[in-house]
Design a protein around this ligand. Structure first.
Ligand code: SAM
Length: 225
């Protein structure tokens, strides 16, 4: 029986990967990734030549059985995602679960995660926090935001470039006094962050040609800077 390794990869800067992660990727028989073009950049950088099997939320179900079969027959497999820790707002949960059900050893190689990293440099309370990932885009979004407006813990959200302004407008409506930190392009060349209440961030964020990936960290209700 082979093993399944869940391996964290960088969230931007290709150097943010552990020695053990690189070693593991060099040693396994095949690697499951999301977009082979994205993972190839990392693998080429570390001169890793491996079979890449692509896997995403749509194809996961279809491919699980074949992957489990290969592991049962002795091949070691690594699961990676386009960025950061697999299974965190990324595909892989069902594969890990299926491996466990089939008594396959699941081993993790920890590393970067945008939410935890943003939280660690936010200056906001970290003793207790809630990670909501991506908010629903339509149905349930307002309900979730209203629920979060009463949250007593620090909140961490992922947001895409297409909705970051919309999110700040929504936060301005529902929690205008709440202190936030918004991170863009963490660990990358054009990394930046903005701090303040939603209105201040709306004024500071460029309204045109803004690009990249965002993490939003929201202070607990009644938190004072
Ligand atoms: N599995 C990943 C992790 O461990 O962080 C998250 C994958 S999720 C599909 C991608 C989202 O994570 C982006 O839309 C953004 O909200 C956040 N993200 C990932 N990398 C980031 C970065 N370098 N800077 C800011 N946000 C990032």
């Amino acid at each position: 029986m082979g093993k399944l390794f869940v391996v964290a990869t960088p969230i931007g800067n290709l150097k943010d990967i552990s020695f053990r992660a690189v070693e593991t990727l060099k040693e396994v028989d095949f690697i499951i990734c999301e977009d082979t073009r994205v993972s190839k950049i990392l693998l080429d950088y570390y001169e890793i030549k491996k079979e890449l099997v692509s896997f995403n939320a749509q194809t996961e179900t279809k491919k699980i059985a074949a992957v489990i079969e290969r592991i049962i027959h002795g091949e070691n497999c690594a699961l990676i995602s386009d960025a950061g820790t697999p299974c965190i707002s990324d595909p892989g949960v069902r594969l890990v679960n299926e491996a466990i059900k089939n008594e396959i050893d699941v081993l993790g190689v920890p590393g970067a995660n945008a939410a935890i990293f943003a939280l660690s440099i936010s200056g906001l309370p970290t003793d207790s926090f809630v990670f909501e990932g991506f908010l629903p885009q339509k149905k349930g979004r307002q309900t979730k935001l209203k629920e979060l407006s009463k949250e007593k813990r620090t909140i961490v959200l992922y947001e895409s470039v297409y909705r970051i302004e919309k999110l700040l407008n929504e936060l301005n409506e529902l929690m205008p006094e709440r202190y936030l930190v918004v991170w863009r392009e963490l660990t990358k060349k054009f990394e930046e962050n903005w701090r303040g209440v939603p209105k201040e961030l709306l004024a500071a964020l460029p309204s045109k040609n803004i690009k990249g990936e965002f993490v939003v960290v929201i202070a607990p209700i009644n938190w004072k800077n």
